[in-house]
Ligand binder design. Structure first.
Ligand SMILES: Cc1cc2nc3c(=O)[nH]c(=O)nc-3n(C[C@H](O)[C@H](O)[C@H](O)COP(=O)(O)OP(=O)(O)OC[C@H]3O[C@@H](n4cnc5c(N)ncnc54)[C@H](O)[C@@H]3O)c2cc1C
Length: 245
């Protein structure tokens, strides 16, 4: 099946972007490694500035300064996205971009099934080349118990994309050991902050932690802004990419 937009990664950024594009009428595929971790927040509760019109506002039922509770937000985000008729939630991992004549045409998934879309947005957070160190052990993970596969990083690197190193050290929660997540983010020159575009292919966008913009409030606003950019880009190119029925 072909989608208007393929969004890779169901963290805060990708969920907000998918909600925005679907509500604007775009057929949206949100592909993410685990549907259990949609809209993931690390701690149980946060005081956040919740923008009106966001998925987060729909989850908590209001906007403004709100103490949001992670389990409730996660449940509500999944329920609201599932209820959007133009969102297709897919549990899988994007392993490779499909690019035709310099324009992105979708992604290949780890299982080998191609997913076609007129536009592709990478919202892959802290998962590019991610290594998580807890005590003496290291695993391929972007967060605790969340697997990270290296295929997409290798594909992007093979296409000439450049990266820089990012690292987050976290205190242990409730008696757990402290841990460190090391990962790659797209280098500054790869990404245009105003248009969210990645310059090496037409139709390719990125936002959130994978371009080095960290923090939950930033992820919410980045996801919303990315969604609006995708809607604008698709309507501007309606002749080249006829809208999916
Ligand atoms: C461990 C940790 C704790 C943090 N704690 C805080 C905090 O307390 N407060 C704060 O403000 N910020 C915190 N941050 C920073 C914050 O996580 C990020 O800025 C924000 O969550 C990023 O959201 P995101 O949607 O861009 O990425 P992420 O939340 O990282 O989501 C990316 C999603 O993409 C999926 N994915 C990755 N690769 C693929 C692929 N190839 N195919 C399909 N799916 C894929 C992942 O499984 C994941 O679900 C923390 C970051 C980390 C790593």
């Amino acid at each position: 099946m072909r989608h208007d937009v393929v969004i890779v990664g169901g963290g805060i950024t990708g969920c907000e972007a998918a909600y925005a594009t679907a509500r604007a009428g775009l057929r949206t595929l949100l592909v993410t490694t685990s549907l259990d971790t949609l809209y993931a927040l690390a701690h149980d509760s946060y005081e956040l500035a919740v923008p009106g019109g966001s998925l987060l506002a729909a989850c908590v039922g209001r906007s403004g300064a709100v103490r949001v509770r992670a389990p409730e937000v996660r449940r509500a985000a999944k329920r609201l996205l599932e209820a959007e008729p133009r969102v297709h939630l897919l549990q899988s991992t994007a392993s490779r971009l499909m690019v035709e004549n310099g324009v992105v045409a979708g992604v290949d998934t780890w299982e080998g099934i191609a997913r076609h879309g007129a536009l592709v947005a990478l919202c892959v957070g802290s998962f590019l080349g991610a290594r998580l160190t807890v005590g003496a052990s290291e695993e391929h993970a972007g967060r605790l118990s969340e697997m990270a596969y290296d295929d997409l990083l290798h594909d992007l690197a093979g296409r000439g994309f450049e990266f820089r190193h990012e690292e987050l050290a976290l205190d242990g929660l409730a008696g757990a050991l402290p841990y460190i997540v090391r990962f790659q983010v797209l280098a500054r020159g790869e990404w245009a902050e105003t248009t969210y575009r990645l310059g090496r292919s037409g139709g390719l966008y990125a936002a959130g932690a994978c371009v080095g913009r960290l923090g939950y409030a930033t992820a919410v606003t980045d996801g919303m802004a990315l969604g609006a950019v995708l809607v604008g880009a698709l309507s501007a190119s309606a002749e080249r990419w006829p809208r999916c029925p």
